[in-house]
Design a protein around this ligand. Structure first.
Ligand code: LFR
Length: 493
């Protein structure tokens, strides 16, 4: 009684969660009150998010909060980055919410680079070069549907869109805006020169609003549905920005690794790094709470494992794009179906000492028709042993991921001049003890694993700071450190 409750809505590529959080006796308490699927469908030839399904999932979750006696005083929403929705003058959605893994940006660099020189662009925005950056998605959209861009009045990132549905406020939150590739890294404002060069109308964008800002109360029709009123507060609405906030580290001797569908590895900096060396390593300078910079690298991550698992189990990633059963059959997959993550880890252990290495950053792994075949082809092309069983395939992914982590730590040392003492891993992937040990071994650093709820917690602590419960991020991180178990993995040598 008396504890002030907040709700974090955290939506990832495969599911959304609603968490209730409060502080009790100096410790942060968390309860997952609702979980819903995030499903993609083929619409007009593209892989699209189902916005209505997501919004209903949010409303359902909030209603469950009330039913459990956990009605929050504030609500914050975070989701994956880069994806957006266009609205017209009347507030109707223009076109579809196309997913960042959709093929519309295949080969986009060849079409975009003449207008947007990559060196010029990086020096201004500091954004990693990825075909799915919003700026490239918009250029692909302009080529396919110029009429949509003409009709649109506003661009909302996915979390902004959900805030709009909850409150009626149309705004652009800063941390997610920093994933677009259209922000001036130094000022945090939209970069007019980039927008003009890319042919993107400036009217679509509003001055970015900082996380921690209290927006509005729930709209009346939403309140009717949830059964309570609350204020909507902006957390760091890019999930990775929330995840980095929840890392229970103090000082600057830690590498952060947010481990989920993506592995986001980096550090927090006070200033962006916009040098040619940084561009060559494809580190990104994304925006964080209080204008800290998240200097990090996107590593392909557990997506590779999730994709192999789906394929072995015959499950589609996008409704309407069923995987061919042949690849799974070729590695003897059908024998054990359905596979859980635990089964796959066990098979990897049993396949030791098999080793094959692929470059996990290769675009071939972004959205292959068959992840199993993409990995086997990459091994064959590189003259590596070709994995022939699910266990060998898993070993290939694990060894390659750990290698990529080690290379990134090395690059971070060189690019920041920092010396590191530990790697903090948060998020669902921090529960994978096998990968944690491989990571410690490959990087030669202790791994501190946890909390599992990185992103949701980061979302909550910004709300708690806005409510005055914590005075600073340092104070909130200290509370996280004493509230959740952290497991240590020391390097074997
Ligand atoms: C992680 C993440 C990454 C972003 C990718 C695509 O969930 O938000 O930070 O690069 O998804 O949006």
């Amino acid at each position: 009684e008396g504890a002030r409750c907040h709700a974090a809505v955290d939506i990832g590529a495969s599911s959304g969660r609603v968490l209730a959080g409060w502080v009790d006796d100096g410790r942060i308490r968390l309860e997952e009150v609702h979980r819903f699927d995030n499903v993609q469908r083929r619409v007009d030839g593209h892989d699209c998010w189902d916005l209505e399904m997501l919004f209903q999932g949010v409303l359902d979750g909030l209603s469950v909060c009330a039913a459990r006696g956990l009605a929050p005083e504030s609500i914050g929403i975070d989701t994956w980055g880069c994806d957006f929705v266009l609205l017209d003058e009347a507030g109707a959605v223009v076109g579809d919410a196309v997913s960042y893994r959709d093929a519309r940006t295949d080969g986009i660099f060849e079409r975009a680079d003449a207008a947007l020189d990559p060196a010029w662009l990086y020096a201004r925005t500091g954004t990693q070069r990825q075909p799915f950056n919003t700026v490239y998605q918009l250029m692909a959209l302009r080529a396919e549907h110029p009429e949509q861009l003409e009709r649109a009045e506003r661009l909302l990132m996915i979390p902004d869109y959900l805030v709009w549905r909850l409150t009626g406020a149309r705004l652009n939150e800063y941390t997610d805006a920093s994933t677009t590739g259209m922000l001036d890294a130094r000022t945090g404002e939209w970069d007019g020169a980039v927008l003009r060069a890319a042919g993107i109308p400036e009217r679509l964008l509003a001055t970015p609003v900082m996380p921690g800002t209290v927006i509005r109360h729930l709209a009346p029709q939403v309140r009717e549905r949830t059964g309570f009123d609350a204020r909507v507060v902006l957390p760091a609405s890019h999930d990775t920005a929330s995840a980095f906030l929840a890392v229970p580290a103090q000082g600057d001797r830690s590498v952060f690794l947010s481990s989920g569908t993506w592995s986001l590895m980096g550090v927090e900096l006070a200033e962006p790094v916009l040098t040619p060396e940084s561009r060559a390593r494809n580190f990104t300078n994304e925006g964080g709470f209080e204008r800290r910079y998240r200097y990090l690298k996107n590593i392909m991550g557990l997506w590779m494992i999730q994709s192999v698992r789906r394929e072995l189990n015959g499950v589609a990633y996008v409704e309407g794009k069923e995987p061919a059963a042949t690849a799974a059959a070729r590695i003897g997959g059908a024998a054990h179906e359905p596979y859980g993550f635990g089964d796959l880890i066990e098979l990897a252990r049993q396949a030791e000492p098999f080793e094959a290495r692929v470059d996990v950053d290769d675009a071939a792994f972004l959205a292959p028709d068959s992840m199993i075949e993409a990995i086997r082809d990459a091994c064959a092309a590189a003259g590596q042993p070709v994995p022939a069983t699910p266990g060998e395939l898993m070993r290939t992914i694990y060894v390659s991921l750990a290698d990529s982590y080690a290379a990134s730590v090395e690059q971070l040392r060189a690019l920041t001049g920092r010396d590191f003492e530990a790697i903090h891993i948060t998020g669902g992937g921090s529960q994978d003890a096998y990968l944690n040990q491989l990571t410690a071994d490959a990087c030669g650093l202790p791994v501190l694993a946890g909390p599992v709820e990185g992103t949701g917690l980061g979302n909550l602590i910004v709300q708690m700071i806005a409510a005055g419960t914590f005075a600073s991020v340092d104070e909130a991180r200290a509370a996280i450190a004493r509230s959740f178990p952290i497991q240590r993995f020391d390097p074997a040598r």
